[in-house]
Write a protein that binds this ligand. Structure first.
Ligand code: MN
Length: 339
């Protein structure tokens, strides 16, 4: 299905650069549970700003670098929140962050950090983005924030170095699962091809993001798959802190699992429920065009994309089952005669 192409808001891209250039230091906190797009985008922007003599520092809001993202170029320049001291900063640039609460502990420890007192440049492709920035470049039709960043850097006149090209391609591949998702357009592919022309190499990206996995991930999948359950058309599995600890695994290692479950015949939605102290953090996926999991997640205070979203369920077993029943109901009623 071809989609109407989007057009970069060029004046906003120029205004973003003007704002970023006023900074002595730009801080770039990532969203929590950072993924390839969420980290590669700020890395590419930081490199582009370095060409202009502007210091920009990406910060992992969760305080840790997911092992699968260690391959990203110049990842050594990334700080870990709560581990490394934060530099003084006078402009914030958030990329791939649909709302400020997604900044995890960086937000929770002090919400006034992102109340607008320090100007925010907001670059994102989530349809649920609430345009919280002083400058907002939000394009939901882009398959990845990195796809938008590639356009922005063109406007900025950035030299497309090997590491910038590799970062941006990693961001695009990450969100499109290697140019395979419905959000992937001809334009996405052309941008990817331009990046390959600039020297980016897809092979190590595909290996790092989709093939290589630690043993802990196999342990996690093994434990999760023995506990797969159905609530109507919702296929789901719960991962407790105990399971994560037994396997020595991180929650981020279950991302592939929820995508795997989403391809199960007869399912409309796949969910992984990660238990936490308040209840569960839920990751939702659907392959069905008629089911918008971002809309479903929104009902529970979450957000994301039509095919991939997340939210928090607060409470106990009763609230958990009520949540799953409601997801099933919303998925089933939004859908006419499928699966
Ligand atoms: Mn993204």
């Amino acid at each position: 299905m071809s989609q109407a192409s989007w057009r970069l808001d060029v004046p906003a891209a120029e205004e973003a650069l003007r704002t970023l250039k006023t900074a002595r230091t730009v801080l770039m906190p990532t969203h929590q549970n950072v993924d390839a797009d969420g980290l590669a985008s700020p890395l590419a922007i930081a490199s582009a700003l370095a060409q202009l003599g502007v210091r920009a520092v990406p910060v992992l809001s969760d305080g840790a670098l997911p092992p699968s993202l260690r391959f990203l170029p110049e990842v050594d320049r990334v700080l870990a929140y709560g581990v490394d001291p934060l530099p003084e900063y006078d402009v914030l640039c958030l990329s791939d962050c649909s709302d400020r609460r997604r900044l995890g502990r960086f937000y929770a420890d002090d919400p006034s950090r992102v109340d607008g007192t320090i100007p925010i440049v907001n670059i994102d492709h989530h349809v649920t983005n609430d345009r919280f920035g002083l400058v907002n470049i939000v394009e939901p039709r882009a398959a990845a924030t990195a796809e938008i960043v590639a356009e922005i850097l063109r406007v900025w006149g950035t030299e497309l170095t090997l590491s910038i090209a590799q970062s941006l391609l990693a961001g695009i591949y990450g969100d499109t699962l290697g140019l395979r998702t419905p959000a992937t357009t001809a334009r996405t592919m052309r941008t990817a091809a331009d990046l390959v022309d600039a020297g980016a190499n897809p092979a190590p990206i595909v290996d790092a993001l989709f093939r290589l996995k630690p043993r802990t991930t196999v342990c996690l999948w093994q434990r999760a798959l023995t506990n797969v359950q159905w609530t109507g058309s919702v296929i789901w599995a719960e991962l407790t802190q105990d399971i994560l600890a037994d396997c020595g695994a991180e929650a981020s290692e279950a991302e592939g699992l929820v995508n795997f479950l989403a391809g199960t015949e007869g399912s409309l939605v796949a969910a992984i429920l990660f238990s936490n102290k308040d209840g569960w953090r839920v990751s939702l996926r659907s392959l069905n065009e008629d089911v918008d999991v971002a809309e479903i997640a929104k009902v529970f205070g979450g957000g994301g994309h039509p095919r991939a979203a997340g939210c928090q369920v607060t409470g106990g077993e009763e609230e958990k089952m009520a949540f799953l029943r409601e997801v099933n109901e919303r998925a089933s009623t939004s859908n006419v005669g499928t699966a």
